[in-house]
Design a protein around this ligand. Sequence first.
Ligand SMILES: NC(=O)c1ccc[n+]([C@@H]2O[C@H](COP(=O)([O-])OP(=O)(O)OC[C@H]3O[C@@H](n4cnc5c(N)ncnc54)[C@H](OP(=O)(O)O)[C@@H]3O)[C@@H](O)[C@H]2O)c1
Length: 264
Amino acid sequence: MNFGNKNIWITGAASGMGRALAVGLSAYNVQLIISDRDEAGLHETTLLLAGSAPQARILVLDMGKSADILDAVDQVLAEFKTIHALYQFAGISQRSLVIETPLENERRIMEINFFGVITLAKAILPSMIASGGGQMAVTSSIVGKFGFPYRSSYSASKHAIHGYFESLRAENSKYNIRVSILIPGRVQTNISKFALDKQGNEYGKMDPGQANGITSEKAAKQILIGLKRERKEIHVGGKELLMLQIRRFVPALYYKLATRIKPV
Ligand SMILES: NC(=O)c1ccc[n+]([C@@H]2O[C@H](COP(=O)([O-])OP(=O)(O)OC[C@H]3O[C@@H](n4cnc5c(N)ncnc54)[C@H](OP(=O)(O)O)[C@@H]3O)[C@@H](O)[C@H]2O)c1
């Protein structure tokens, strides 16, 4: 992927990895469309963009509201004609056990992390195909590759991303649609602070594991390299990524380790 002169839409761009990637991409000659539910955070993001970047277009968008997503796509396509790349980061996490999590929390997580993501991708896809192709990146997680305590619906929503976007890739690679699935381990962001607890409230704390993770800036560098190379999976993080190999090659060890995770 050559980023120059491309229209690139990033969701979840008001903080964390989405913001850091927007900042990283602003060093290229790109037109950014940055969306998030957090308007103030989006304005803060624009202050961090490289001086030479064209003004980013801010779009306040709640990924839990499909009708709003479709309206936003109409608006963006009317304004920019083509989206060359769509990088989706918006998402929420979970900090509660299966036994205590009400179904409404599980539906909310699926609505944002899965249905919101596919609604946006599906709405952009025909225009991407019509313009000769494009790149899509969606953010899974290492727990999109294995289950993890206190993350049941979150993990399920990320597993669903793999099934969906591998299928989307298989169907559309002939139209030059390139799909990258981002698989972060632990990155120091607000993701655990805004995770849903068993009451559906914000968990409000940064997990110790996450606090020891790589920075968003380092994550964005890894992501940029992977996107440039159009990697089908982009692993993002530090030594915790070893769990991916353990799950794949020594599943018995993973089963044992997974039951020993301490309550957060
Ligand atoms: N950090 C990690 O260790 C880690 C690991 C694996 C996967 N991930 C994934 O990476 C992605 C980016 O997260 P991050 O770590 O960079 O955390 P983050 O800083 O919390 O970024 C997530 C962004 O998504 C926004 N968002 C949440 N719900 C939304 C909604 N309904 N509509 C629109 N925007 C919404 C958040 O806005 P608010 O600030 O208003 O909540 C926030 O700006 C997520 O999909 C996450 O699941 C993160």
